[in-house]
Design a protein around this ligand. Structure first.
Ligand SMILES: Cc1cc2nc3c(=O)[nH]c(=O)nc-3n(C[C@H](O)[C@H](O)[C@H](O)COP(=O)(O)OP(=O)(O)OC[C@H]3O[C@@H](n4cnc5c(N)ncnc54)[C@H](O)[C@@H]3O)c2cc1C
Length: 309
């Protein structure tokens, strides 16, 4: 089977989400990549070095500068004439592109796959991850989005893919890029961080959130996350949210501070390797998934812990 993986990048480097998606694609067959953007020679070079990659298709055009899904999807749909499966990571942009490709080639998308069970069957989470469904498709072409935390990352080096420029499909004139406000953050990115410290509603205010969570995260070299309650209360920005309607993470260590462990929060972090929970209520559901639990008042425990790290 010939697969095509959309390369997620920031204009200069290939994102880790791509590496995990390549691993998923390799379980199906030959891996080809598609790099879309403007001025993406460097990205194409880096993509060609990913272990196991065959061909790297490159579409370089001003129309692709901001990865507008309305422009990217027709290009990929065109390439699907020569490929059997299209895979994109289940990230904001991946989830924007893949369904459009599925619609254009008239197949059903299988979302958020956790494993490849065979050439036409996959597992995926349902009911916010409380059950895992095995789905089998009879479509002749596959469109899949990949839960990247469920797959190991392919090695970023060691490959020798061939780079091939392809004709672009240009501007579909259905959408227009207005602007992007990017949050400046010196900390690791939430979805690729090895350690995450997350704060919940119990922090009580934005000031206290930062006064307690940030120093601990700094000492641990961790990314900062938050529960939806903390985000909704304005203690932390939206892009910190972990959970069903936030980011899905699976770091080596996840520290949940003053987070109750609602099912929707667990859906985003329960695959973390080691979960540490700090909560004053010993019956809080977070302790059911925690490997290490600390029952206590976070306003005492967290500064003590930060001092000792
Ligand atoms: C459709 C839908 C989608 C959702 N998506 C998400 C999502 O993506 N992410 C998400 O997080 N939530 C999500 N939610 C919300 C979720 O149901 C919970 O409301 C939310 O996770 C609760 O956040 P919390 O644990 O910070 O707050 P709470 O549930 O209020 O828990 C606070 C915890 O702090 C503890 N505590 C209080 N004071 C202290 C103290 N001084 N020291 C130590 N511990 C203390 C309490 O014992 C309690 O366990 C979603 C809900 C719905 C309906």
């Amino acid at each position: 089977m010939k697969t095509l993986v959309w390369v997620e990048h920031d204009g200069g480097t290939v994102k880790d989400t791509t590496l995990a998606t390549v691993t998923a694609a390799a379980k199906l067959g030959e891996v080809h990549l598609i790099v879309v953007g403007q001025g993406v020679d460097g990205v194409a070079q880096a993509a060609a070095e990913i272990a196991g990659v065959g061909k790297v298709h490159v579409a370089d055009d001003a129309a692709y500068a901001n990865a507008l899904a309305e422009n990217v999807a027709p290009l990929i749909a065109e390439l699907m004439g020569h490929h059997d499966a299209f895979l994109a990571p289940s990230t904001t942009t991946g989830k924007n592109i893949a369904p459009r490709v599925a619609a254009l080639i008239d197949v059903m998308q299988i979302s958020d796959i956790l494993s490849v069970e065979g050439p036409d069957s996959f597992t995926r989470p349902i009911y916010a991850g409380n059950a895992i469904a095995t789905v089998k498709t009879s479509d002749t072409k596959l469109v899949l989005t990949v839960r990247t935390t469920a797959f190991e990352k392919a090695a970023a080096e060691g490959g020798s893919g061939t780079i091939e420029a392809i004709p672009t499909t240009g501007d579909a004139a259905k959408s227009r890029f207005v602007g992007a406000e990017k949050a400046e953050n010196a900390r690791p990115e939430l979805t690729s961080a090895k350690v995450i410290v997350s704060g919940g509603r119990a922090l009580g205010s934005e000031e206290q959130f930062h006064a307690l969570i940030d120093p601990l995260a700094d000492k641990l070299g961790a990314a900062v996350g938050a529960s939806r309650a903390a985000v909704d209360a304005g203690y932390a920005p939206n892009d910190y949210q972990v959970g069903q309607t936030g980011k899905i993470v699976a770091p080596e260590v996840y520290v949940a501070v003053g987070i109750s462990g609602a099912i929707q929060h667990l859906a985003g972090m329960k695959d973390s390797k080691v979960i540490v929970a700090i909560n004053k209520d010993e019956d809080a559901p977070i302790f059911q998934v925690a490997d290490i639990g600390l029952v206590g008042d976070l306003f005492t425990v967290v500064p003590e812990l930060t001092d000792k790290v």
